[in-house]
Design a protein around this ligand. Structure first.
Ligand SMILES: *Cc1c(COP(=O)(O)O)cnc(C)c1O
Length: 440
């Protein structure tokens, strides 16, 4: 059988070291279960666009206003991407140049506030992101961040929700210039409207960081912050299933400030090959199949959560309404850390990441939790039945973590499961004639 290999790697026959690593990575993605909530499998079309000759092009500036010649096609590609983004999300303006979600957030801050200004955002250990003011991030060094968190855990699962009373109290006391909503580890819907009301009350701008739910928002299965928040930042590679990158949506009134903050404020030349791939992804997300896909992401997350709860795990916030499941490992095994769990699951072919849970007694490097997500394996075609099976496999590995035979057995079950849900069953564009890459 011809092994599918990444696009363009046929041209890598002259560099067997890199070719072999890419082939091995493709094999890893196809034979292990991908449960990292911020990851996905892009389509072959997205892969092809991001491996295109636009990587050769310098396009500093914006369509029609570039600093270099030869941008006739780059202009059309970027215009297509920003029009598709604006239309997909119902936004007045889209900037598709941010290299990543972090760059998009930095650009939004640059456009909306001054160094030293107060920004109200969610604490990292409660589900926020590094770029929401962590002291190790440039954001925390440049702005004065004040942080809100979640309500205390409750027996019946009704706790660990964003504490809007805390947000309001802090906003009144601290008078921030900007309020940020959006999370990296939070399994509940975030309603943007109460944040808008609080921002209006204290005269702050409101930014919604939709890095995680962007695809769910595009599909209409998560409330849209577009038109509610002043600025919406997002990544294109998480639930949106596009290439690695960021984007910013805003009203026309802020378009100039946002564009100027991205370039020349923060970045040099845009990655037009990635922007071409973003255009492809926005196009894919506008199709009816994508709505169905997003609905399945949610059903799969609920099924995974139910399976894990049945195995004796405590779910942070009592369950999920989005693509993520946050597991508190302590009820299952008080000795088991997130770090150990992640490592032993990796050996069994189950890929996920450790994560702090709210008020975690352990450090961010060790943690007491795991963050799981369903976007990638939903793309690969898995449904609720497979999620139930994966929940059981996770419990098996974590309860027999010193039993090499049990881990090896789960590794085989994972391999069998993955063979039925191959994200790249057909040879990818640019795949070589069999054998040109040699054996691996
Ligand atoms: C992932 C994420 C980001 C950053 O995205 P990168 O592309 O990794 O820079 C920003 N904010 C939130 C809430 C995220 O989850």
């Amino acid at each position: 059988m011809t092994e599918p290999i990444p696009p363009g790697t046929d041209a890598l026959a002259g560099d067997p070291e890199v070719a072999a690593l890419l082939a091995a990575e493709l094999d890893r993605q196809r034979t292990t279960v991908q449960l990292i909530a911020s990851e996905n499998f892009t389509s072959p079309a997205v892969l092809a666009a991001s491996a295109s000759v636009l990587t050769n092009k310098y396009s500093e500036g914006y369509p029609g206003r570039r600093y270099y010649g030869g941008n006739v096609y780059a202009d059309q590609v970027e215009d297509l991407a920003r029009h598709r983004a604006a239309s997909l999300f119902g936004a007045e303006h889209a900037n598709v140049q941010p290299h990543s979600g972090a760059s998009a957030n930095l650009a939004a801050y640059l456009a909306l506030v001054e160094p030293g200004d107060t920004i109200l955002a969610m604490r990292l250990d409660q589900g926020g992101h590094l770029t929401h003011g962590s002291p190790v991030s440039i954001t925390g060094k440049t702005y004065r961040f004040v942080s809100y968190g979640v309500t205390p855990a409750a027996e019946d699962g009704s706790g660990e929700r964003i504490d809007l009373d805390h947000v309001r109290d802090l906003a009144r006391a601290e008078r921030p210039r900007l309020i940020v909503a959006g999370t990296t580890a939070y399994s509940r819907i975030i309603d943007p409207r109460p944040f808008r009301e609080i921002a209006d009350e204290v005269g702050a701008r409101f930014m919604f960081d939709a890095a995680h739910p962007a695809g769910l928002i595009a599909a209409g299965v998560h409330p849209s912050p577009v038109g509610v928040a002043d600025v919406v930042t997002l990544t294109t590679h998480k639930t949106l299933r596009g290439p690695r990158g960021g984007a910013i949506l805003c009203r026309e009134e802020l378009a100039k400030a946002i564009d100027g903050a991205v370039f020349p404020g923060l970045q040099g030349g845009p990655l037009e090959h990635v922007i071409a791939a973003k255009a492809v992804a926005f196009g894919e997300a506008a199709r009816p199949e994508f709505k169905a896909y997003a609905g399945q992401i949610l059903r799969n997350a609920v099924a995974l959560a139910a399976s894990l709860a049945g195995e004796g795990f405590r779910l942070v916030a009592g369950g999920t309404e989005n693509h993520t499941v946050l597991v508190d490992l302590r009820a299952f095994d008080p000795e088991l850390t997130g770090k150990q769990a992640q490592e032993v699951l990796d050996r069994a072919g189950i890929t996920c990441n450790r994560n702090q849970i709210p008020d975690d007694p352990r450090s961010p490097f060790v943690t007491s939790g795991l963050r799981l997500g369903t976007p990638a394996e939903t793309t690969a075609g898995m449904g609720e039945a497979e999620m139930g099976e994966i929940g059981s496999l996770i419990a098996r590995v974590l309860s027999s973590r010193d039993d090499e035979a049990a881990i090896a057995e789960v590794r085989e079950q994972v391999r069998t499961l993955c063979a039925k849900f191959d994200p790249y069953p057909a040879p990818l564009p640019g795949a070589p004639v069999a054998g040109t890459l040699g054996s691996r």
